[in-house]
Design a protein around this ligand. Sequence first.
Ligand SMILES: Nc1ncnc2c1ncn2[C@@H]1O[C@H](COP(=O)(O)OP(=O)(O)OP(=O)(O)O)[C@@H](O)[C@H]1O
Ligand SMILES: [Mg+2]
Length: 234
Amino acid sequence: MLDVREIHSFYGDAHVLHGVSLSVAKGEVRALLGRNGMGKTTLIRSIMNLTPPQVRAGDITFKGESLRGRPSNEIARRGIAIVPQGRRLFPSLTVTEHLTVLKPASVTTGWTVAKAFELFPRLAERRDHYGNQLSGGERQMLAAARALMIDPELILMDEPSEGLAPVMVQHLESIILELKAAGLSILLVEQNLFSALAVADQVTVLEGGRVVYEADAQSVAHDPGRLNRHLGVC
Ligand SMILES: Nc1ncnc2c1ncn2[C@@H]1O[C@H](COP(=O)(O)OP(=O)(O)OP(=O)(O)O)[C@@H](O)[C@H]1O
Ligand SMILES: [Mg+2]
């Protein structure tokens, strides 16, 4: 469904992604792992053509068509949503307003505000709270709910578990599995290997802007040693 082929991304003259390739198949969750500064967010932004960075070589295709150089809003319309790192929300919009600006309450097809509230009951309880009145976990849920409002086929999630308490991380894992069960494909940036293995089918590790490891989650679970060495956790 998504194919990234040999992309090279730059911030000015700084060459950050060095020929990165990966794919996400329909209905699959691919975890993208790597330590701080290894290029994970750069890859997510490159896929959405959010600049900077600039992609100077390689290609990105979605359902067989090239995305490279297309405006980000067109990429979103083609079915790719992003949950950005840091859960950017509007302090002066309520929970409901965050969702209805993307999909009016009168639209009843696909993901509706009501369906999003079913998936995230906590958000329903906080529907009239402003963005700046939400806890970290609630902000993360709202960022994910907002991504659903464009009825994506693929969601790019950039460290959704960052800063969440363990119980919230588990809740997020179950939500990711529900989205997968609903047929969505997900590229999930994650620093925690165990959280990634709880939901992922495939695992890719970036180091210094290069893919240094790629495997299916089952084989990682049988031999985590090699992967751990790349992540520097043992
Ligand atoms: N706007 C920018 N301008 C210049 N350099 C940048 C910019 N954003 C990131 N970089 C550099 O690009 C490299 C990759 O950064 P990136 O944000 O992709 O890392 P990451 O893997 O997402 O890290 P983290 O886990 O901390 O979010 C780093 O060396 C970073 O300093
Ligand atoms: Mg990042």
